[in-house]
Design a protein around this ligand. Structure first.
Ligand SMILES: [Zn+2]
Length: 367
């Protein structure tokens, strides 16, 4: 009977004990967020055992991660590049950290960052020079650009021309370029070289492949004296304007191959025999790295009827700044007229203020 009377008391006691242990203890959480003037402070009551995330939700505080932005358009590359930092009572914490007593939660948002960039320099090609040269040309020069690119996005941030390319241009300087065709000749070329040497003039020798084969040492002597070489075809075929590809290759390509086989420098120019050109000839020369070298002054020193006077008259009538002058160190019957005229021609041009150059010169060069 006594035991039965105790049962309700025990039940009530158990219920009370359960209720006390189940009722969560309330704790006070101070939430600070932001920095400086934007700093805010909220105080919330949460049940002990709540997570930081729950306390932040009650305080209506959302940590914001810093983003990584692209350098060009500012688009978001990474939304969580610099995560917001959370501390509880000064110790590093995160959203899942459990709060079991009065505490201060501090939230510092991550700040945005912009991706790193790299700078790339690139060459800007100079405009291509014309295929055919009649007057001395001042060489073009490449320019330079500087491009800034986002390392991660690849976006172009900027692209500026640092140095503008320079186009090749006909010279305005009072210069001329002497060119000698049809050699080398063991008989005549030495005299031409001696006159040029005595007057300190450098010239361009447009060599015929078959002549190079006959006088390879003479060809080498021309180069050793500091003169330039030019391809004047393999065997001076005057019919190339109407010739087919095979014939053009044999002459335009053949002349170059013979010169290279003889150990001469690779020619930069092709001089057409008789000045005879076709698109095929021009393209064939261009494809092997040679531009067509024509002339402004034809002294007609090659003519049987040429005399010292006719050569000088032709020169005086046609010469102008930048003129490329056509003469011959071989071919024809003999080269007496050419030799007789050459020294006087050089002296007269010098007296007029001309200096002697190659067909293409550097703008900064002194002739
Ligand atoms: Zn010729």
């Amino acid at each position: 009977m006594v035991l039965l009377a105790l049962v309700p008391i025990v039940v009530v006691g158990v219920l009370v004990a359960w209720k006390v242990s189940a009722a969560p203890r309330q704790i006070t959480v101070t939430v600070r967020s932001g920095a400086g003037e934007d700093q805010s402070r909220r105080v919330v009551q949460v049940a002990s055992g709540s997570t930081v995330a729950e306390a932040l939700a009650d305080a209506v505080v959302s940590p914001v991660d810093g983003r990584l932005l692209s350098a060009g358009t500012g688009r978001v590359l990474d939304a969580h590049h610099r995560p917001a930092t959370i501390t509880v009572d000064g110790r590093k914490a995160d959203r899942d950290t459990v709060l079991d007593g009065d505490s201060t939660v501090k939230v510092i948002d991550g700040s945005d960052a912009t991706e790193a960039t790299r700078t790339e320099e690139a060459e800007i090609a100079a405009p291509a020079p014309p295929d055919i040269l009649r007057l001395v040309e001042e060489r073009g020069a490449p320019g330079r650009s500087r491009r800034v690119v986002g390392v991660r996005s690849g976006e172009e941030v900027s692209n500026e021309v640092v140095v503008a390319p320079r186009a090749p241009a006909t010279t305005t300087r009072k210069v001329v370029a002497l060119t000698f065709d049809d050699g080398p000749s063991a008989a005549w070329t030495p005299y031409v070289l001696e006159i040029l040497r005595s007057r300190g003039v450098k010239a361009t020798f447009c060599m015929v492949g078959s002549a190079v084969e006959k006088a390879p040492d003479m060809a080498a002597t021309v180069v050793a004296a500091g003169h330039q070489v030019c391809n004047h075809s393999q065997s001076h075929d005057l019919g190339l304007a109407e010739a087919d590809q095979a014939r053009v290759d044999a002459q335009v390509g053949g002349g170059r191959r013979t010169m290279l086989a003889a150990g001469l420098p690779a020619p930069n120019f092709y001089r057409p025999p008789g000045g005879n050109l076709s698109d095929l000839v021009i393209a064939t020369a261009r494809n092997q790295g040679e531009r067509v070298l024509m002339w402004k002054v034809d002294t007609r020193d090659w003519s049987r009827s040429a005399t010292l006077e006719t050569v000088m008259t032709n020169l005086r009538q046609q010469v102008a700044p930048g003129a490329i002058i056509l003469m011959h160190d071989a071919g024809g019957h003999d080269r007496f007229t050419s030799l007789a005229a050459l020294a006087g021609l050089i002296d007269e041009l010098r007296a007029q203020g001309y200096e002697f150059t190659f067909p293409v010169i550097d703008p900064a060069s002194t002739p």
